[in-house]
Structures are given as C-alpha cells and as structure tokens.
Design a protein around this ligand. Structure first.
Ligand SMILES: [Zn+2]
Length: 105
C-alpha cells in the first residue's frame, strides 16, 4: 500500500522531495535556538536602511515646501517653481516688446 506522499496523484509524477509532515518528521523540528542564532538583545534597534544620507535642499521660493536630496546651489528652485519663473519671464518679455514696439496693437 502506498501512502499519499508516494502516489503522485495531484502532480501525475512521483515527488522528488519528501514532503515535510510535522508528525512524521518531528525529529527534525528544533525545540531550541541553534548556536549562533541568538536573538538580538531587547532594545537594540535593527537598522535595515537609513534612507538617503546627506544634505537636503529646500526650494528657495517662499511658501514652497518642495525639496530634493543632495547638495544644491544656493537659491535652488523645484521644477514647479522653475516652470512658473520661466512663464513669468516669458510674459514679462512679451509685455516689454509690446510696450516698446507697439506694433501688436
Ligand atoms: Zn518650489
């Protein structure tokens, strides 16, 4: 008589590995922590990853809280404030041209 482990019915092939059964293979279950695997003392924090270290630059625009990782030159602006600044400069240029040339009117 074959046991359910040897039948191979679900897989249609015989198992290459022995299926672990907690009652049949209780000799292999450890009841004590093996040597060299001591638990970390309580209170000792395990730091897996600190996150990016180093400087953090805040956007120079007042009221903007965007920041980036790393050292940036003084007066660094985020992409959003940079876009607003470019748009503002473009509008100023256009108004300056219309005021001096007055050909647009
Ligand atoms: Zn900004």
């Amino acid at each position: 008589m074959s046991t359910t482990f040897e039948s191979g019915a679900p897989d249609h092939v015989t198992f290459e590995l022995i299926q672990f059964h907690p009652l049949l293979h209780d000799d292999y279950i450890l009841t004590e922590r093996p040597e060299g695997y001591e638990r970390a003392p309580v209170g000792q924090d395990i730091v897996i990853h600190d996150g990016p270290t180093g400087d953090k630059a805040l956007c120079a625009t007042p009221g903007c809280w965007h920041s980036t990782v790393g050292k940036q030159p003084e007066g660094w602006r985020c992409w959003e404030c940079e876009r607003v600044e470019k748009r503002r400069a473009r509008v100023h240029r256009r108004w300056g041209q219309t005021a001096s040339g007055s050909s647009a009117w």
